[in-house]
Design a binder for this molecule. Sequence first.
Ligand SMILES: N[C@@H](CCC(=O)N[C@@H](CS)C(=O)NCC(=O)O)C(=O)O
Length: 204
Amino acid sequence: MIKLYTAQTPNGRKASIALEELGLSYQVEWVRLDKEEQMQPAFLALNPNHKIPVLEDDGQAIWESGAILLHLGEKYDTAGTILPKEPAKRMGAIQYAFFQTGGVGPNLGRLGAALRKEGEKNGEMIEIFGGEMDRLVGVLDRVLEDGRDYLGGEYTIGDIMHFPWLRIAQNIGVPWISERERVVAWLDRIAERPAVIKGMAVPE
Ligand SMILES: N[C@@H](CCC(=O)N[C@@H](CS)C(=O)NCC(=O)O)C(=O)O
């Protein structure tokens, strides 16, 4: 039995989108971050880093969204729906997944935290992380320049890793996305997928 510990956040939604893409049945455990449930001993026993998502599969607790998507792809994706079988394409998918965990994930996370901070805003932090986001989205725009539909050519875990974060930024209307038509079209293409629509609604 697969259990997904998640919350209404972009990192959690990467996992629910991947589960939906693979048509797997899973039980959702909504971890209330606003009540600090991630700091409870029972949750820390699953993930000492006190963060969602965590995937429990056959007695193994897997944390870090990138590791979860790779696990799901390796164990369940017999058709190569999100993790291609062909070695070069497979490595491309993994490359973009790593690019997200080292780039868009932490930078957008810190930018969001700086913007949400009560009281006086730290303008320097907003400038640093906002500037880096502009650069990173510029990299994605350059990748899409040759007319490909998805980052690695075909739709993979690399796209899923980026989508929930950048979709939120797009919806807020930040210029570093709205001014880049190729990136907007790529996000809109992913948003139409039935599994993405379902995965983005978890947990409800
Ligand atoms: N690198 C982690 C980041 C996960 C993460 O930042 N999760 C946030 C919600 S989006 C969280 O659980 N925060 C609670 C906390 O830090 O205590 C991943 O990709 O899974």
